[in-house]
Design a protein around this ligand. Structure first.
Ligand code: NAD
Length: 311
């Protein structure tokens, strides 16, 4: 697995280890953390390689004798991609080409690649199903779309079986405040430190927040399901929540003391995003199981522990 020390990747590691799999993680630890894997520090079946997905030798070594590869490593930041497009495209696109090429050379049976709802840009209709034309805006979104095309190309050209998943707004423990789609960790951090929650714009914009363990479930299902070359799947909940609604949930779950303040809208922010998950449901058998209040409660508990440890 690439990116296994990161937010989503480390939850995937947890699930695979719980299933008694032998797991190799390749991560450069640019945003990933050893602390995310500490639970498995004495496990002989977890192998951690520190290196880049752009380094073909390291990647080939990591995928050798592997049957399934999960490719999650990426620079996951829209603002970073706007400031440093070449670097983000290098890592996300060339890194993916390097991973797929290593999989081809070493006869990997199946590759699952993490794409993003960002490929849709500002969608023409809601809910967003996979047939809506893609219209990526940022270089990050373009890099995710390029990853999808590379997966399809390697399947059609070399017969490498692969699938790309369009994750919507993933949240849960280990997500760092300030990261991409990190509004939940930002709001929670603000609420736990007794500050006001800063809502960008009028707060009536909506998102599809999906709990990280449901994303892990969808990712595992995709690794064992039959799909067509080039097929992509949305991974969300199918439910829209406004930023105002989210703020109210977090305020009440953290004790009800915080207020909200509205600041300037984020430039280029899309108004509404909610997934249709019919395809993932029908073809992968995916059903999200963690409702927003349960997911928020778990996330807040984890952030409280982080807070307490810092004080
Ligand atoms: P993350 O930053 O926590 O994880 C990314 C991991 O990749 C980190 O561990 C980082 O150290 C590693 N990495 C970065 N560059 C690398 C390189 N050159 N070589 C090796 N490792 C490298 O982010 P995340 O939220 O866990 O995202 C995981 C995947 O899911 C990404 O591909 C991202 O695009 C996708 N995604 C995430 C979300 C979300 O809401 N978090 C939404 C859509 C898609």
């Amino acid at each position: 697995m690439t990116g296994g020390a990161g937010f989503i990747g480390s939850h995937l590691v947890d699930r695979l280890m719980e299933l008694d799999c032998d797991v190799t993680v390749l991560d450069d630890f640019s945003t990933g953390e050893w602390a995310n894997l500490v639970r498995w520090r004495d496990a002989s079946t977890l192998h951690v390689v520190k290196g880049s997905v752009c380094d073909s030798k390291v990647v080939e070594e990591a995928v050798r004798d592997t049957s399934i590869v999960f490719h999650l490593a990426a620079i996951v930041s829209v603002p970073a991609s706007v400031e440093r497009p070449r670097e983000v495209l290098d890592t996300n696109v060339m890194g993916t080409a390097t991973v797929l090429d290593a999989c081809r050379i070493h006869d990997v049976e199946r590759v699952v690649v993490a794409s993003s709802s960002a490929v849709y840009g500002d969608p023409a209709r809601l809910p967003i199903d996979e047939s809506i034309p893609v219209a990526p805006i940022s270089p990050y979104a373009v890099s995710k779309l390029a990853q999808e095309h590379l997966v399809a190309s390697f399947e059609r050209t070399y017969g490498l079986s692969g699938v790309a998943l369009r994750y919507f707004n993933v949240y849960g423990p280990r997500q760092q405040p300030g990261g991409y789609a990190g509004v939940i960790s930002i709001f929670t951090e603000q609420a736990l430190s007794g500050r006001s929650l800063t809502i960008e714009g009028d707060g009536e914009q909506t998102r599809d927040f999906v709990y990280v363990e449901d994303v892990v479930t969808a990712t595992l299902l995709a690794s064992v399901s039959q799909t067509e070359p080039g097929e992509v799947f949305n991974v969300g909940t199918g439910r829209a929540l406004s930023i105002n609604g989210l703020a109210q949930h977090i305020i009440s779950l953290t004790g009800g003391q915080s207020s909200t303040v509205h600041v300037d809208p984020r430039v280029g922010d899309i108004r509404h995003s909610v997934a249709s998950i019919d395809r993932a449901s029908e073809r992968l058998g995916f059903t999200p199981s963690v409702d927003i209040v349960t997911g928020l409660r778990r996330t807040i508990d984890w952030m409280r522990q982080q807070h307490a440890a810092r004080e």
